[in-house]
Design a protein around this ligand. Structure first.
Ligand SMILES: Nc1ncnc2c1ncn2[C@@H]1O[C@H](COP(=O)(O)OP(=O)(O)O)[C@@H](O)[C@H]1O
Ligand SMILES: [Mg+2]
Length: 321
């Protein structure tokens, strides 16, 4: 079988002294997928990506990318994968073009291909008209696009992106994803970590990472369905009092506050909604809006994490702890 573009991991594990950063991760990602790794800070996303990109050795377990063993064939792997680190560095006083040229030198991209490839990447990253600008003078979003262009210089079949859009404004984030869509159409396997749930919804598959483990894996839709029951969204003036009251009502399994709104998980929205409305009115709590709503990945994730539901593979993971 041709494994070009494929990512596989078995029991992939990394310990730093007493910190179990990554615990028994299993992955099988087909060529051309966009796989999103989502999870809170400290979940182990960066450590996982570092091991897969061949820049950090696993404590235990194995991983293969494009068929190359990440621990034993790191040098071969380097030419197969593009890696944009969470804190990648550009040369601030060099221009956009010079930064890309620098990476062309590192990866030995020479001759006629070199100029052609640099021009192609400038166009691809929507940076053509800024090619003479110093990297330090770029906006946050443009820096990320330049980082991406640098990671693509050697035409990798697999791309690892570690929170590439962190701290970038929404418009630039959308543009960055447009570029990723082009790469996806070109057949590149993309492995991306993110803390933004809306980005996870653009992936073909996502893994939810928590405390070093991938606690759930699936297409975004499937993961949303894992949230049991229905969801009711409430906008109220006194959210704290509203939550306190609603949490005590029959049929309510969980409440989550998001800014000015409360998300209430219930066994059956059509049955419980009138009761909730009634109880709030009786307590003189003013409600601006109350309606059933579909759970998003964010609710699914929080719900799964707070309930600490373990996948069946957790039994095997005990071995490596
Ligand atoms: N080089 C390191 N030395 C010691 N601990 C580390 C190191 N890198 C990461 N960790 C720890 O491993 C855990 C996972 O970190 P990381 O992979 O960076 O998570 P994420 O990228 O999801 O925020 C954290 O507890 C972090 O403090
Ligand atoms: Mg990280």
């Amino acid at each position: 079988m041709n494994d070009t573009g494929r990512i596989q991991a078995e029991q992939l594990t990394k310990h730093f002294r007493r910190v179990r950063a990554v615990r028994g991760v299993h992955l099988d990602i087909a060529p051309g997928e966009i796989y999103g790794l989502i999870g809170p800070d400290g979940a182990g996303k960066t450590t996982t990506i570092r091991m897969l990109a061949g820049v950090m050795k696993p404590t235990a377990g194995t991983a293969r990318v494009s068929g190359f063993d990440v621990a034993r064939q790191a040098e071969e792997l380097r030419h197969q994968v593009g890696y944009m680190a969470q804190r990648f560095s550009l040369y601030g006083d060099l221009s956009v073009r010079e930064n890309i040229e620098f990476y062309a030198d590192i990866f030995g991209v020479r001759g006629a291909e070199r100029a052609e490839q640099i021009q192609r990447l400038l166009r691809f990253a929507r940076l053509e008209e800024f090619h003479e600008r110093a990297a330090d003078a770029l906006s946050g979003g443009m820096k990320k696009k330049l980082g991406l262009a640098c990671a693509l210089i050697h035409r990798p079949r697999v791309l690892f992106l570690d929170e590439p859009t962190n701290g970038v404004d929404p418009i630039s984030r959308r543009e960055f994803w447009d570029i990723l869509s082009d790469l996806h159409l070109a057949g590149v396997t993309i492995f991306i970590s993110t803390a933004y749930m809306d980005e996870a919804e653009r992936c073909s598959r996502v893994g939810l990472m928590y405390q070093g483990e991938i606690i759930r894996q699936g297409v975004p839709n499937e993961l949303q369905q894992l949230v049991r029951g229905d969801l009711i969204a409430i906008v109220a003036s006194d959210l704290v009092a509203t939550e306190r009251l609603v949490a005590t009502l029959e049929g309510v399994t969980e409440t989550q506050a998001y800014g000015d709104r409360l998300h209430v998980f219930v066994d059956d929205a059509s049955r419980r909604l009138p009761h909730i409305e009634h109880a709030l009115r009786a307590a003189n709590l003013r409600v601006t809006q109350i309606r059933p709503t579909a759970p998003r990945l964010q609710e699914a994730f929080i719900s799964l994490v707070t309930h600490q539901q373990r996948p069946p593979t957790a039994v095997h993971q005990d071995r490596v702890r």
